[in-house]
Design a protein around this ligand. Structure first.
Ligand SMILES: [Zn+2]
Ligand SMILES: [Zn+2]
Length: 138
């Protein structure tokens, strides 16, 4: 586990129990949960923490780049505790989001310079498909 105190200090973030809980939860899962899922998962240990508090903690963590916000369309957001660049794939049937490991699109930023005058800052590549569990159900 990372030294969360040092990380928060470096980002000049106050170590509130809510922020720590949300961050620790995201670091512990690869499920890319939504705010609601995080809220439900933490409710047992933090019964006084509201969904609004979870949203606020997430917003702060995204701002300091400790957490990545994934826009999975239709105003739905998922959260990722892994901020190293990696592509994602979403199941169009059950909505789960998985990492695609061992593949990076970092060089895409360089390639795209041949096609636009824009200064390229970043890119976001999502893949969509049907996961193995959903495929079996068919
Ligand atoms: Zn699925
Ligand atoms: Zn991810």
């Amino acid at each position: 586990m990372d030294n969360i105190t040092a990380i928060f200090k470096e980002k000049k973030l106050k170590l509130t129990p809510q922020r720590i809980a949300v961050y620790m939860y995201l670091r512990s899962t690869k499920e890319h949960p939504s705010a609601e899922t995080i809220y439900k998962a933490l409710h047992k240990d933090y019964p006084t923490m509201s969904l609004a508090t979870v949203y606020k903690a997430l917003k702060t963590l995204v701002e300091v780049n400790l957490v990545k916000e994934l826009n999975v369309g239709e105003g739905n957001f998922r959260y990722d505790g892994n901020v190293t660049p990696h592509p994602h794939i979403q199941c169009m049937s059950c909505g789960k989001v998985d990492d695609i490991e061992g593949l990076s699109f970092d060089d895409l930023n360089d390639k795209i310079r041949n096609y636009t005058d824009y200064e390229i800052i970043s890119n976001r590549v999502y893949f969509y498909g049907i996961c193995t569990a959903c495929n079996k159900e068919k």
